[in-house]
Design a protein around this ligand. Structure first.
Ligand code: FES
Length: 187
């Protein structure tokens, strides 16, 4: 999909009906919050400072439409910039951060948080909602549970693209987690 063709700037059409959002006080956020708390406790013990904030909002960009999605068939899109590849998938089962009437549409960055392997090369396994294995060191990720690690060398979940819907349109609005290769999410 050409992102430039469909990009919708933040604030566009926002005066209409409120969009459905996948944002929630999720288990992943809880786990993340717990990790940050632990990190600050470690600072007091002389440990290194914690990593950059794990959640970042970006412009609201249309990335697809519900009617065009086929269950179990990931679709690629770029966000928050044209060089960053992600995938969107309708899982067919409710998922953490999922949007749509069945809360089963999710999106993630395509790069493994371990050393940047392209996890989509390992394929999506629809029966289990699993992406991978990563071709480098075989990490797999559970797309039904915010991209948490199932197995492998990765120590962080797959960065999840935060979604909203409005009618048939699907919008990306932010990224939860640090995209591989960056020391901070884009400002
Ligand atoms: S780069 Fe994916 S498991 Fe190492």
């Amino acid at each position: 999909m050409n992102n430039n063709d469909t990009a919708i700037r933040e604030g566009d059409a926002m005066s209409e009906k409120e969009p459905q959002t996948g944002l929630c006080a999720s288990r992943r956020e809880f786990l993340v919050a717990g990790g940050v708390t632990a990190a600050f406790m470690m600072i007091g013990a002389g440990a290194p400072a914690p990593a950059e904030a794990v959640m970042k909002s970006y412009g609201r960009t249309k990335i697809g439409s519900i009617s065009a999605l086929k269950e179990g068939k990931p679709a690629k899109f770029n966000y928050p910039d044209k060089n960053t590849e992600n995938f969107l998938v309708k899982l067919g089962t409710p998922a953490g951060g999922g949007v749509g009437k069945d809360a089963d549409i999710v999106a993630f960055n395509s790069l493994c948080p371990h050393m940047g392997g392209t996890v989509t090369d390992g394929g999506y396994h629809h029966a289990d909602g699993i992406m991978g294995p990563c071709p480098f060191h075989l990490s797999t990720f559970d797309l039904t549970r915010h991209g948490l690690i199932v197995a492998g060398h990765a120590t962080q979940a797959l960065p999840q693209i935060q979604l909203e819907t409005k009618g048939d349109d699907i919008f990306a609005v932010g990224v939860m987690g640090l995209i591989y290769g960056r020391n901070a999410n884009l400002g």
